[in-house]
Ligand binder design. Structure first.
Ligand code: SF4
Length: 370
């Protein structure tokens, strides 16, 4: 069914839009210097080579032997500092292979990371992903220190809507329940009835037993959900700047070049892209699809590091990698993760009153899954 309506900030004249971007990364301040641990050696030595050889085995088909000596000293230092700091690293599927396969303790899509964040025993969580993910970890772990290696790692979906927009939508559509994709700020999560991810969006919408649901902020995920349910969907005009760049023409060109190729796409893509795909699913569903079907050749229509991470795991599947990078995810690097652990920076905080309300929306989703 087509979506029932689509709204954006222009429809409400909400002055809150145009918020300034998070501030630029700052120098080490006095407080950080006071709690800092000594900077480890970052030399490439035979001892580093031996200590990281097992990790290089995991990524050798996606990271060249020329690159590895620059990465391995950081990887060794980060893994040792995690023990010293009693820290755990959560990494999203879009992180680069040296982070995803070599320093992360828990990897997955937003839903998996949100669930795992509730089970973490460590004192410190380092979130290798974007800011809304780190906020979600903080919301679920208010007593823990949550760090993000670069707080400028934003998201075009999260920045497309504010809590004030949600209140205006509720005024426009009284009584209509609101579902927010987890790619939203704590401020937005605090205003909605329940959160969802691309893995469970349809189930969440149907769980509300309502004839109409406001689904925000991704207009393309909303359109996809509308094709999978009889519930009427009112959408918001947000979009992922990575997935909206793919086109149906691009997919047809892959298929014309090789009719046997399998094409799998993320539901944040526009409808003409999904219409050309053999399978549509969240990042976790896409990875499982490749593991299970083991196609000879596959095109993954999503952020390109995920194809690298799957390629590292499944070297005999030929991955065609159309490269749309997420500039926000790519702000997270090994040197910044090391800084995070040495200086305990950049700490993520959420106003406790907002966090309490946002937690209800996230936990309602998690409990639905369990
Ligand atoms: S890939 Fe898209 S949805 Fe994911 S963080 Fe980047 S901009 Fe946001």
């Amino acid at each position: 069914m087509p979506i029932a309506g689509i709204y954006g900030p222009d429809d409400f004249g909400n002055p809150i839009h145009g918020r300034s971007a998070p501030s630029a990364r700052r120098r080490v301040n006095a407080a950080e210097r006071a709690r800092a641990l000594p900077m480890p050696s970052l030399e490439w030595t035979p001892a580093v080579e031996r200590a990281t050889a097992h990790l290089y085995e995991r990524v050798k088909n996606v990271i060249s032997p020329v690159e590895w000596p620059f990465m391995a000293p950081y990887i060794k230092a980060i893994n040792e500092l995690k023990q010293t700091r009693n820290a755990v690293i959560l990494a999203h599927n879009y992180q680069t292979p040296e982070i995803f396969h070599c320093v992360a303790d828990i990897v997955g899509d937003s839903l998996q990371l949100a669930i795992e964040a509730t089970k973490v025993k460590s004192d410190i969580i380092v979130q290798c992903g974007v800011h809304f993910m780190a906020e979600t970890s903080k919301i679920l772990n208010p007593q823990k220190t949550v760090l993000i290696p670069d707080s400028r790692a934003g998201c075009s979906l999260a920045s497309s809507i504010t809590g004030a927009d949600v209140r205006l939508l509720r005024e426009r559509f009284p009584g209509v329940p609101v579902v927010a994709y987890v790619n939203t700020s704590a401020d937005v999560k605090a205003e909605v009835d329940i959160c969802c991810t691309s893995s469970n969006a349809v189930a969440v919408v149907e769980s509300l037993n309502a004839s109409t649901v406001i689904f925000l902020p991704d207009q393309y995920l909303a359109k996809y959900v509308a094709t999978q349910t009889k519930v009427k969907i009112i959408a918001w005009k947000g979009a992922c700047e990575v997935h909206e760049r793919f086109t149906g023409d691009e997919l047809r060109a892959y298929r014309e070049a090789d009719p046997s190729v399998q094409i799998i796409a993320h539901p944040e893509c526009p409808p003409d892209v999904l219409a050309e795909a053999d399978f549509t699913g969240s990042t976790a569903h896409m990875i499982n699809w490749v593991r299970t079907k083991h196609p000879k050749r596959v095109v993954m229509i999503t952020e390109c590091s995920m194809a690298d991470n799957v390629q590292a795991e499944l070297p005999d599947v030929e991955m065609v990698r159309p490269c749309n990078l997420c500039p926000h995810m790519k702000r997270i690097t090994l040197p910044k993760i090391l800084d995070s652990l040495i200086y305990l920076r950049e700490e993520v905080t959420v106003d406790p009153l907002i966090a309490d309300r946002a937690r209800r929306s996230v936990e309602r989703m998690i409990n639905l899954k369990n």
